[in-house]
Design a protein around this ligand. Sequence first.
Ligand SMILES: [Cu+2]
Length: 482
Amino acid sequence: MGGGGGGGGMGGGTIDPPIGAAFKDPALLANTSTTPGIFEGYLGAGMASVNVNGTTANLYTYNGLYPGPMIKVNHGDRMKIHFTNSLPKTTATNYLGFEKNHTNIHTHGLHVSPKEPADAAHLDILPGNGYDYEYDLGLQPGGSLYFLHAHKHGLVAEQHWGGLVSPILVNDEIPVLQGFESHVMILKDINIVNGAPEAHSSSMDYMHGKEGNTVTVNGLVNPLLATKPGQVQRWRVLNASNARFYKLSLQGHQLNVVGTDGGMLDKPYAVSSLILSPGERVDLLVKASTTKGNYKFLSLPYSRMGMMQSAQITMLTMAVQGSKVNQSIPAVVDPSAKRLNLNVANFPKRTIVLSMSMSRGYINGMDFDVAPYTIMSQVGTMDMPSYEVWEVVNNSNMDHPFHQHVNAAQVLSITGGDSAYTNLYTTTPAWKDVVIVPKGGSIRLLIPVLDYDGMAMFHCHILEHEDIGMMGMWHLMSPMPM
Ligand SMILES: [Cu+2]
């Protein structure tokens, strides 16, 4: 196939590295449990020497791996993670003044309790200490790709940038998808300087969000993924970057979207490109051309900030080779997936305004480090959700990927931004826990508040923005006893 072509627009350019090593799926975290229905694993945060595209760097890792190992669980499992913080003890502080190397883990996208021993985001695990996390996945509705990452406020951006991210795959039981060769792709950028992740060292790093020019898929630069002519493969893709948006596109092919952040769709939706902002996931079917050759899996230029266009990036090369097979994209995926069709007029309505100024981020004018903006919601149940409508307004000149913990949402509307993105998420039964709020635009989310009470959060998933205050508290309250 032809070259990458020009980036187009301001900034632009291309990152088009030579074809690298053979594609590899993420390593699996060993399940030490022999009891059906229980996953048990050991996860340690620590510095480790990792080879990234020929450069050795001392990265933040889980179990020495970059990205971290994949946790593979089944619907309804209990997931036990014995976590240890083996990062170096230090009294050094980072650019924002937080003592370094405190950490914790957040299971992004899982419908689990925000209280200990599950997804308690307030936990502060010091170097040398550990914590036994335990999550009940019994109420987790969708099978899909989730992830866990460091979520200690003030330190999130540097630890995530440096590598503290691991995928979580909740097996689905969709029969029509079981026959396809299936892969997980963790998209992650980084800059390595003097054998270490480039430091967050300026307010610009925090205002813009850090982007790296070494763009990897499962830690590899432009890996080669083989497929047969006519073969259908399933690709589950996670944007594990701090701030980089990917506008996914595969040369000469359509991407058939069969699942989103929080589960599967009713049927495949074919798109020629799709934006994936930090924290978002997408489940794709790709039917290889019958014409043999190499096809680039690209990130197309996109302007997430002012008029600046990102580079066009070759992320992976799909090699169509060997003997022809004839697989087809199924017509139906999950017939039970439905778009909520409710009269939302009488549901509680929240308005959340995102803004930035003077090196800080705000929600409704409030900085998390000064006084967090707090939403109080009454919880419902899976059978009788307590519905709310959240309108999130972006009063800044850059896109903010808005993430809420614990409960996924369906998107009612998006104003501004990319039309293919809006069409996909406002017309299909997609469940979302990260939605782009376009610069100068807004979104409306319909959120069924289910089951779990406790203190959760919502924030921008440009992780630098979370660290400089663009986060609020979500107080999930049990109904008053009658
Ligand atoms: Cu943001």
